[in-house]
Design a protein around this ligand. Structure first.
Ligand code: ADP
Ligand code: MG
Length: 404
């Protein structure tokens, strides 16, 4: 197929069959043998392309064309335009439920249509509830489309700016951020008090916003609750869509199951319960706990958890007998009376559970277990000599024994 034929063909394709052109990412004429090389990204299209060429230009041209499948510009190459993204986070592995549905849906829409309706997007909620996950999922999705994405925590952004100022690279810094398609800024509550960074961000924001580039912020609180952040920046935060992420029990249950499956732990009712009861409303904590189960086995973790709650019970029974608060036993109050009660509680913990000295120390908010040893010895010694103390301990032991 000569060049002329090629032109005819392409003209035909352009006019009649645009879809055909879309099959070809590029074409070139091979200089050595004059063959026309069509380049396509999808191996499935190769046959289709040859068939169409044959039917339009005759079978004889088939000998003078070649279809080459070239991989799409690899994702890595495209994402290398971007910065700060972690491919681990996606929309697919995000569990959706009541508390995060709105945030999830808005994030999907933003990924689908960056710089569109929801700009800027501001996601807030307490720690470990998936804010970073959603920011990253938006970023990964946009980067795959070839957009230039930058993800930064507000602290890193601030440090980068300070460095840029010191090193005389402030123009590069500004240019870099003014050239992104999608800016994801995490933990903006940490901009509190950083006047200079806020000013830079404000300018970058305006630049991007005017050009319909997408900006997404995450924070541990609502814009209105932010402290020491300039009013004009706060008003930008609020200027688009503000959505909250939270965690309800049903979604938590789903997440627990999913995290167990991800680590290939059998989803048994008792294990699910163990995770549900031992963790708060924090997916990071759930993940950590599930990892421990993977590492040590559910039985061992269950035993530890049981011990942990036994220690808590002993503390609270002892404290309430002496009419003090259980928290005060953990505190550093050095009053003689509290010290004594603390020693008694430590002694009972040691005697009535299998907990190690270190675990007991931790239960009393101590890093070092030497005070525990000291306290326990003291009570042991006294008990031998002091009938009243002995009676008291026997009484407490019975009370605790009934409740463990
Ligand atoms: P935040 O930024 O809100 O503090 P992260 O996004 O870092 O929380 O989430 C903490 C961990 O929990 C991450 O590993 C994240 O993948 C996971 N996670 C949070 N929410 C979900 C969810 N809805 N489904 C699956 N994993 C989640
Ligand atoms: Mg985060």
């Amino acid at each position: 197929m000569g060049e002329m034929d090629l032109k005819t063909f392409l003209a035909y394709a352009r006019e009649r069959d645009k879809s055909l052109l879309s099959l070809i990412t590029n074409f070139r004429v091979d200089e050595r043998d004059g063959k026309v090389v069509f380049i396509t990204e999808d191996p499935r299209l190769k046959k289709q392309l040859l068939r169409i060429v044959a039917s339009k230009l005759g079978r004889e041209v088939l000998s003078s064309i070649e279809v080459v499948v070239e991989e799409k510009e690899s994702k890595e190459k495209k994402t290398s335009l971007s910065e700060g993204l972690n491919p681990r986070y996606s929309f697919v592995n995000f569990v959706v439920g009541e508390g995060n549905r709105l945030a999830y849906e808005v994030a999907r829409e933003v990924a689908e249509n960056p710089g569109g309706l929801y700009n800027p997007l501001f996601i807030y909620g307490s720690v470990g509830l998936g804010k970073t996950h959603l920011l990253q999922a938006i970023g990964n999705s946009c980067a795959q489309k070839g957009l230039k994405v930058v993800y930064k925590s507000a602290t890193d952004f601030s440090e980068e700016m300070v460095e840029a100022f010191k090193g005389g690279g402030i123009k590069e810094f500004r240019d870099k951020y003014k050239n992104v398609d999608v800016l994801l800024l995490d933990d903006v509550q940490l901009l509190s008090g950083k006047t200079r960074t806020q000013e830079e961000l404000f300018n970058i924001f305006n630049h991007l916003f005017l050009r319909d580039r997408q900006i997404v912020f995450a924070s541990d609180r609502h814009p209105k609750e932010l402290r020491d952040i300039s009013d004009r920046l706060v008003s930008r935060f609020e200027g688009g869509v503000v959505v909250e992420v939270s965690l309800d029990e049903i979604t938590k249950l789903e997440i627990v199951k999913r995290k167990l499956q991800e680590l290939r732990i059998e989803v048994q009712e008792r294990i699910v319960q163990l995770v549900m009861e031992s963790t708060g409303d924090n997916v990071r904590e759930i993940e950590g706990f599930v990892r421990t189960i993977k590492l040590k086995g559910a039985d061992a973790v269950e035993k530890k958890t049981q011990e942990g709650s036994d220690l808590e019970k002993i503390k609270s029974i002892t404290a309430s007998y002496f009419r003090v608060k259980a928290q005060d036993l953990c505190g550093n109050t050095r009053s003689r009376k509290l010290n004594r009660i603390r020693h008694i509680a430590m002694y009972l913990c040691r005697k009535l559970t299998d907990a190690s000295l270190i675990e007991i120390a931790r239960a009393f908010g101590r890093r070092d277990h030497s005070t525990v040893i000291h306290g326990i010895r003291k009570i042991e010694e006294e008990r031998k000599r002091d009938r009243r103390l002995n009676n008291l301990l026997t009484f407490l032991e019975r009370q605790i024994g009934d409740r463990l």
